[in-house]
Design a protein around this ligand. Structure first.
Ligand code: HEC
Length: 108
């Protein structure tokens, strides 16, 4: 069985909704409105990049179509950039780290 990412698409949508609500209430609402740590924020951002950038050509089923080792992801992402994916250096790093954490086969 593949391990599926802990953050569902629904959670991403909910997080985006929260962010919009926070912005609507002004900057003062931002700090207390963020219940999660830095890593959870990073996960949500990475999921958002996956759902926006990586679904342009295929669905996200490719992420779990077979198990991949953590160190395969940078190589795959480079290839996606070669395929035409519009991924900034920041998002490349964000996704490499996130995919290695959340979408990789456990080491042995
Ligand atoms: C411009 C179109 C395009 C975009 C955008 C794109 N891909 Fe792909 N992707 C492809 C094509 C074409 C293939 C099949 C050929 C290949 O593997 O390079 C593929 C295959 C894959 C595979 C299977 C590769 C394997 O080795 O089995 C994965 C995983 C993948 N993409 C992940 C991503 C991720 C993550 C993103 C977002 C950063 C992304 N793709 C964005 C075109 C794209």
């Amino acid at each position: 069985m593949n391990r599926v990412a802990p953050v569902s698409r629904l959670a991403v949508v909910a997080a985006a909704g929260l962010a919009v609500a926070a912005i609507a209430q002004g900057p003062a609402a931002l700090a207390p409105a963020a219940p999660s740590g830095e890593m959870a924020d990073g996960n949500a951002r990475a999921e958002a990049v996956l759902t926006s950038t990586c679904t342009a050509c295929h669905d996200l089923g490719v992420l779990v179509s077979r198990p991949r080792a953590a160190e395969e992801w940078p190589e795959i992402l480079r290839r996606m950039i070669g395929n035409g994916a519009n991924l900034s250096e920041n998002d490349f790093k964000l996704l490499s780290d996130y995919l290695a954490r959340a979408y990789s086969a456990p080491v042995k």
